[in-house]
Design a protein around this ligand. Structure first.
Ligand code: WTA
Length: 656
């Protein structure tokens, strides 16, 4: 039997095992081995958080921990000042760690760049001065739309250094998404790339953006990073507006002292999907956010900054990239791997090659990636020496036990604890997760809230549900929580603090709590989709579809998918009762791609003469979900015309 096949056999054997204690070799050396940390946090939560915050370097120490006078607008450590880039760079260099590698960068074509803390500090200072030369000051918004190149980290930290607020847009989002996010946040500068490389293809970024940039009246400058490699043609530059990153850095002064910021000064905005078509501009603070990410990064990943090589595979365009590929690891002085490419380019074993090459000891990724690797076959990881790994993590969506066991066996070789981490863009940092040296894990459960965090399950009226299924709430504020939605304070209150009051944060997920008190997060209860661990809203996808000239109406639901977790199914009614055809289907998919990004394209389109609606005209997505999943329809008493569902079921049965 090949090694891959015997590992697969072991995965099957382990299916009977309900829980996994931390491996003894791991436990013996773990940072946290007993439950006293929970007791300490429970005894005095605020003192506990203050202690975590004091692990950072403050220019002015804080004297108050939490100000909740204007709940749900919470203020943490408010009279303290600090700088995030100082905490991520200068203090490590000052401690003699300048030669420590901050990032081992690996490009798509196998190029490597090693960036030490001292080098990163140097680049950040220069680019911070460069941004100032372009007129950027404290509180100004700087957009960042870059592939996974080291300059993305430089740009983020340069903003933090001078108090500019970065607004990163995921490189997989469309030009239209960039335009919208820059317009609503009134960005002054956009840092982007000439080209991006993806699976051996080069795509133009800057020139594709150009027409949209013309419409951005607040945008004074565009900084262009050369990310397309040597073969890429130079992109067109507009005089007076566009500047090359290399020129900006070359012309800038070498030193730029980090400016002390009030703890509550916004560090960044990150747009994420809500339940309506309009993305939410989630605002994070400086002091509280950095406290949360550095604390959790040490605790949950059992970080030993001197020895570990840590790799978070998330793109920086998502919150996981912000918190656990940039701010958390850098604040802790960790050595990270940054990988530009896709998981299957140039071959499906590339991740395991990278793990072996850099001796990765902590790997943090998403269930969807694990499922894809599973599908490509255990022979790929089996070909590599993965003995450097000692801890594995997952994030973004519930992990099915089969994928958990595969990760545990084929990647972790039963030596590595798995931390299934539950959190959100809004929470800033991990909220529910095992402590790897302490918590017994159950495949598929994120286990318990971490020390300092308090959660509960409640029913629709807010009553606690001790055991069984309920709505997940976080019952006390925490330092890294979002502070508001950019420019939409009322929406902030309504989205998170109207359902269960100003102290109980409504998560938007349902979960189950078992007899041992373990949390099993089931998924969203609102109209938010989770495709490959990426958050999208039904409303957003629907408005992109409806914007197509032939479309009269659309409703979007998800169905389970083996690899992506959820897949998007769109029900579309065409104008004038027209019949759908493959050409229109292709056009609609393309339309969604240009409006939002490829990741939002429906996997199926079902042509619907009519959509199921209530008597007051509201689309009943719930019934559509039942129909695509071939379940019995739920409550149909409010449905205006029952024949609509009969017709749709016939459509689905005949393949759309
Ligand atoms: C889901 C990503 C189950 C959940 C960090 C949440 C999870 C949404 C897990 C947030 C997990 C995230 N188990 N579900 N370990 N982690 N989710 O804002 O539905 O992109 O509300 O943040 O992802 O997605 P977001």
């Amino acid at each position: 039997m090949t090694e891959g096949a015997s590992l697969d056999q072991r995965v099957t054997e382990l299916a009977e095992v309900a829980s996994f204690a931390p491996p003894e070799t791991f436990r013996a050396r773990a940072r946290v081995r007993d439950a006293s940390v929970f007791e300490k946090a429970d005894r005095d939560r605020l003192a506990f958080w203050a202690e975590q915050a004091r692990d950072l370097d403050w220019d002015t120490p804080f004297s108050t921990v939490l100000n909740d006078a204007e709940a749900p607008f919470y203020r943490w450590f408010e009279d303290g000042t600090l700088n995030a880039s100082y905490n991520c760079l200068d203090r490590h260099v000052a401690a003699g760690l300048g030669d420590r590698v901050a990032y081992h960068w690996r490009g798509e074509e196998g190029e490597e760049r090693t960036i030490t803390y001292a080098e990163l500090l140097d680049s950040v200072q220069r680019f911070a001065n460069g941004l100032r030369d372009l007129g950027v000051g404290k509180g100004d918004v700087v957009g960042i739309y870059l592939p996974m190149v080291p300059e993305v980290v430089v740009a983020m930290l340069a903003c933090a250094r001078i108090g500019a607020v970065h607004n990163v847009v995921f490189g997989g989002f469309s030009v239209e998404a960039v335009r919208e996010r820059m317009a609503v946040s009134r960005a002054r500068v956009l840092v982007t790339a000439d080209h991006a490389r993806r699976k051996g293809r080069l795509s133009a970024v800057k020139s594709a953006l150009d027409p949209a940039l013309e419409q951005l009246t607040d945008l004074a400058h565009v900084v262009v990073v050369r990310a397309g490699g040597d073969a890429a043609e130079p992109c067109p530059m507009r005089d007076g507006r566009d500047v090359r990153y290399d020129d900006v850095v070359a012309a800038a002064a070498a030193t730029c002292p980090a400016e002390p910021m009030e703890a509550e000064h916004p560090l960044f905005i990150l747009y994420s999907s809500g339940s309506t078509g309009k993305p939410k501009g989630i605002v994070h603070s400086t002091g509280g956010y950095l406290t949360g990410v550095s604390y959790t990064h040490r605790l949950v990943f059992d970080l030993d900054a001197e020895r570990d090589v840590y790799w978070c595979t998330a793109d920086v365009g998502w919150i996981t990239g912000h918190s656990y590929a940039v701010y958390g690891p850098l604040a802790n002085g960790a050595t990270s791997v940054m990988f530009e490419g896709a998981a299957d380019y140039p071959h499906p074993g590339i991740w395991w090659e990278v793990v072996e090459r850099f001796g990765v000891s902590i790997l943090y990724t998403a269930p969807t990636a694990i499922r894809a690797c599973m599908r490509w076959g255990s022979e790929h990881p089996a070909r590599h020496d993965l003995s450097s790994l000692r801890l594995l993590g997952t994030v973004g969506e519930p992990i099915n036990p089969k994928a958990w066991l595969w990760y545990h066996t084929v990647i972790g070789r039963e030596r590595c604890p798995i931390v299934d981490t539950w959190w959100q863009t809004e929470t800033g940092s991990i909220m529910i997760a095992p402590l790897p040296g302490l918590t017994e894990t159950k495949p598929g459960s994120a286990t318990h809230p971490i020390p300092g965090v308090t959660a509960d399950l409640v029913d629709g009226s807010g009553q606690s549900v001790p055991e069984g299924t309920g709505l997940l709430v976080l019952t006390e504020p925490w330092p890294s929580m979002l502070r508001t939605l950019y420019g939409e304070e009322e929406r902030y209150v309504r989205s998170y603090f109207s359902e269960f009051g100003p102290r109980r944060y409504a998560v938007g997920d349902s979960a189950r709590r078992d007899a041992d008190g373990y949390y099993w997060v089931l998924g969203r209860v609102d109209d938010v989709l989770n495709v490959s661990g990426h958050r999208l809203s039904t409303g957003e996808v629907e408005s992109a579809i409806v914007a197509h000239e032939k479309v009269a109406e659309a409703a979007v639901v998800s169905e389970p998918d083996e690899v992506t977790g959820e897949a998007i199914v769109a029900f579309v009614t065409l104008r004038g009762g027209a019949e759908g055809d493959p050409e229109t289907e292709a056009q609609i998919r393309e339309h969604v791609s240009t409006r939002i990004g490829k990741l939002a394209r429906p996997s199926r389109i079902v042509w619907a003469e009519e959509l199921p609606k209530t008597r007051s005209g509201k689309i009943m997505r719930r019934l559509l979900r039942d129909a695509v999943q071939n379940r019995e329809l739920g409550d149909v008493t409010t449905l205006n015309d029952p024949s609509v569902m009969t017709a749709l079921r016939d459509r689905i049965a005949s393949g759309g």
